[in-house]
Design a protein around this ligand. Structure first.
Ligand SMILES: [Zn+2]
Length: 373
């Protein structure tokens, strides 16, 4: 039995829920048709012409990448420029493209867990996320016949996540009363007359990080001109989430030995190292796949001896030195690549569990634009 693209998207979003993505990110189905039938999925960090041709050759209908195909809005779709050419090829080949980016960085079993596991770290926890996410309770008053629409909008925007449960809400019925004043255009009732309406109070929780997105979605779905809602800061905390991870080594190693291990495990010929003493013993290691210079201070204050991340710049390296934190930089590509194998295993397990025919391929070529010479 073949599977519909949207069903695979559902599996991917169970692993890496969309609400975990940064607000500036571009994720989800970026090209194609959610209703397309899929028998083969091709996994890569980026969509490039080599990936598209390999996906076509393997008979895949869906490409899943970490980096978004369309990140900044396209201003033109031209066949003579690389982005337009790629999109045309995808359309002609009938390929769908789905991206899981910062949501896959943060997600359990995502980019950073895959990197920590590949490096053999133990007792791995989110970096900087030890306190758990700050939570806010939303209570919104909705006319009874619009309650389901607003509740769905809240859930789809990322509200109501408690542990392994999504779309969690509580609702109570009551009567709302209001007097529309001059200038109002009430959805129910008339200006100058007190109206009484059967309303439902819908309550749910949201992380502070997701609050503005959830409010925007809630206000869009709500029929009233002026929406009555309350926000309560909560003392209980949500699940600890964070971009990076921190864990222990099975036994202490010197930085020099660590650098060699990273080269072997991540299959890179060289790494950049920020530090002064190759014999320094490393016990606790922080990792952040891709670009993790923003986590230097967090790594240091959470007790890391070493941060492994890509894309470190000159002044960021100086900051690390001043903090007394060693950094090993194997590059952006090498630190993100391990997630592809995990993702393949996850999709294969889901497909087997649901008894559908699905073949998953991982792009074997390096997509790293940098080469050591
Ligand atoms: Zn990246």
């Amino acid at each position: 039995m073949a599977v519909v693209c949207s069903q695979i998207i559902g599996w991917l979003e169970r692993l890496a829920p969309k609400h975990l993505a940064a607000e500036w990110d571009a994720i989800g189905l970026q090209a194609g048709d959610p209703g397309a039938l899929v028998t083969g999925v091709y996994l890569a960090l980026d969509v490039d012409p080599g990936v598209v041709e390999a996906a076509v050759e393997k008979g895949c209908q869906l490409i899943v990448t970490h980096h978004p195909l369309i990140f900044k809005p396209l201003k033109a779709l031209r066949w003579d420029l690389p982005a337009g050419r790629l999109l045309r090829r995808l359309a002609v080949a009938g390929l769908q493209v789905y991206a899981a980016h910062t949501n896959l960085d943060v997600a359990g079993g995502g980019v950073n867990d895959a990197l920590a596991a590949r490096l053999g770290l133990t007792g791995v926890v989110p970096l900087g996320g030890d306190q758990g996410a700050e939570l806010v309770k939303i209570a919104v008053f909705v006319p009874a016949d619009h309650e389901a629409v607003v509740r769905r909008a809240l859930g789809e925007a990322g509200a109501g996540h408690i542990g392994n449960y999504a779309h969690c809400t509580f609702r109570t019925s009551g009567t709302g009363a209001f007097l529309p004043l001059d200038g109002a255009e009430p959805f129910i009732g008339r200006v100058g007359e007190v109206a009484e309406v059967a309303e439902v109070r819908v309550e749910t929780v949201v992380t502070r990080q997701d609050l503005s997105r959830v409010l925007k979605a809630m206000l869009k779905a709500h029929p009233y001109e002026e929406v009555a809602y309350d926000l309560y800061p909560l003392l209980n905390r949500g699940v600890a989430v964070g971009l990076g991870r921190i864990g222990h080594l099975p036994e202490p190693l010197t930085v020099g030995a660590w650098a060699e291990r990273v080269k072997t495990v991540l299959s890179v010929p060289a790494v950049r190292w920020v530090g002064r003493d190759r014999q320094r013993l490393v016990r606790k290691v922080a990792v952040c796949g891709g670009t993790g210079a923003g986590l230097l201070a967090k790594a240091k204050f959470q007790g890391a001896d070493l941060l492994i991340t890509g894309d470190l710049k000159y002044h960021e390296a100086q900051t690390a030195q001043n903090l007394g934190l060693d950094v090993i930089d194997p590059g952006h590509f090498a630190t993100e690549r391990p997630v592809l194998a995990e993702l393949a295993r996850y999709l294969e397990d889901r497909a087997a569990g649901e008894k559908v025919d699905l073949t998953v391929w991982v792009h074997g070529e390096s997509q790293d634009p940098f080469t050591f010479v």
